[in-house]
Ligand binder design. Structure first.
Ligand code: BES
Ligand code: MN
Ligand code: ZN
Length: 462
């Protein structure tokens, strides 16, 4: 399948010249007056995202000049696919630095969610530049689009069944195996906490378990929060709090995006993806505050608030993940509002079983323009989650740093021995920016993939 926004052929393509802002005035001095004067008269300053079409004498577009600040690559030209006239093909000049990043940004900027109405326009096309690894860009671009589609799809059409179907489709495409444990079988297969959260919805809960890769390779297990809609349960959210909760399966979308990258690029690992897929709904049999749930691990948890449902479903999935003693477990979840209060929508919080591991992830993210921020698992806060009747409560008795409390809660199910990363992510662009349309976003997936590439043999630039 061709990647939207790209053209196989560069014949008759319009040259696309990228100018670094710092070098603009020197560059202008070397240009014919037709170009230099036009750019000066139209106020072109080389700022990232700015561009000008230079007319030819016959009225055609002779070339397009695009600016970028030093160091910007990924998003620098990402506004062009939906900014330049549709139907035209552009070609980067040979040797432009960061061409692969520019291509991935172009792919992200060519994305439109068109399930319910046709896109307003098609993206302008970029001819594949020489020397860019098309397969790599295509794998990354398709994974981002897949994840965004899953998050953007309204809960009505993206319930536990549909989320499982998406995982099955991805598995089929990559010759992976997937097992889905459905409804009451969650009780017999050892996922009681997933069942407890999901049982109140007519859309019955599921545990998705995808496996891919050859035996003997390092084992990496990804766990994604798949709450298809989070009403809050009996501790019902208010209207503003519930508004975007179709995106509460964003963690699942992120891990499926990572899985797609791993499988398309054939990373030499044994991959497992676990997704508890549920609705957090209201019904007569809904989980109640102060109910006590026995989890897969045997730990009994007291439900402090039915709206803290993500950590409950992840408890069973993480317990299952560590049973096979993988080399690395990474969970991704739209887990807490607190992470957003702390860092805003663009910077997911991450936690690691050790600081070096968390820093490794943050470094990988920084290198790929997919930033994350490390937070500590503050041991001194553990006492705040004590329960009078059970082994632990699901929430703390202090109204602070719930992202840390949630991570501490999860840690109880991971244990001490398995290297573990936890990503608390937002998965949403509140407003549109170049390459990042308003709506569902896949955050942290490229960082995770880069970490896996660095650790397990390939770099994502290979
Ligand atoms: N899915 C939400 C967290 C969330 C809210 C993520 C908004 C991103 C944006 C989660 O299930 C939740 O409701 N968390 C509660 C926990 C509280 C009850 C301890 C929260 O953050 O308010
Ligand atoms: Mn909730
Ligand atoms: Zn939730």
């Amino acid at each position: 399948m061709a990647l939207p926004g790209f053209s196989e052929t560069g014949d008759d393509a319009i040259p696309l010249v990228v100018i670094d802002k710092a070098g603009l005035s020197v560059w202008l001095d070397d240009q014919p007056a037709r170009v230099a004067t036009w750019l000066r008269r139209t106020g072109f300053d080389g700022e990232t995202g700015s561009w000008r079409a230079i007319p030819a004498v016959d009225g055609d577009i002779a070339m397009v000049i695009a600016g970028r600040n030093e160091g910007d690559a990924l998003w620098s030209l990402a506004g062009l696919p939906m900014g330049l006239p549709e139907g035209l093909v552009f070609a980067l000049e040979a040797g432009v630095s960061g061409a692969e990043d520019i291509c991935l940004g172009w792919a992200c900027g060519s994305y439109a969610f068109d399930r319910y109405r046709p896109a307003k326009r098609q993206p302008a096309s970029l001819a594949w530049p020489d020397g860019v690894d098309r397969a790599q860009v295509t794998a990354m671009g398709e994974a981002m689009a897949l994840g965004r589609d899953l998050v953007n799809t309204p809960a009505e059409n993206m319930g536990p069944l549909e989320l499982a179907a998406a995982a099955q489709q991805l598995a089929e495409h990559n010759s992976a195996e997937v097992k889905v444990c459905v409804g009451e079988s969650l009780l017999t297969e050892g996922y009681p906490a997933v069942h407890a959260v999901g049982r109140a919805s007519s859309r019955i809960p599921r545990l998705i378990d995808l496996k891919w890769g050859g035996k003997g390779a390092p084992r990496v297990t990804l766990v994604g929060k798949g709450v298809c809609f989070d009403t809050g349960g009996l501790n019902l959210k208010n209207a503003a709090g519930m508004e975007r909760m179709k995106k509460d399966m964003g963690g699942a979308a992120c891990v499926l995006a990572v899985a797609s990258m791993v499988m398309q690029r054939e990373l030499p690992i044994q991959l497992r993806v676990l997704i508890p897929a549920v609705d957090n709904a209201v019904d007569g049999n809904a989980l109640r505050p102060m109910d006590i749930v026995t989890t897969r691990k045997g730990l009994k948890i007291e439900i402090g608030d039915t709206d803290a449902e993500g950590r409950v479903v992840l408890a069973d999935a993480l317990a299952a993940a560590v049973e096979e003693e993988p080399d690395l477990v990474i969970d991704m979840a739209t887990l807490t509002g607190a992470a957003r209060v702390a860092m805003g929508p663009d910077l997911p919080a991450c936690f690691g079983s050790d600081d070096a591991l968390a820093n490794e992830l943050c470094d990988a993210g920084a290198a790929k323009d997919d930033p994350l921020w490390p937070f500590p698992l503050v041991g001194a806060y553990r006492g705040h989650m004590a329960s009078d009747l059970a082994d632990t409560n699901t929430i703390a008795d202090l109204p602070f740093a719930d992202h840390i409390q949630a991570a501490l809660f999860l840690q109880q199910f991971v244990g001490e021995t398995t290297p573990w990363l936890h990503i608390d992510t937002f998965c949403w662009n509140p407003s549109a920016r170049p390459g990042r349309p308003k709506g569902g976003e896949i955050q942290g997936a490229r960082a995770v993939f880069e970490l896996l590439c660095r650790r397990y043999g390939k770099t994502s630039d290979d």
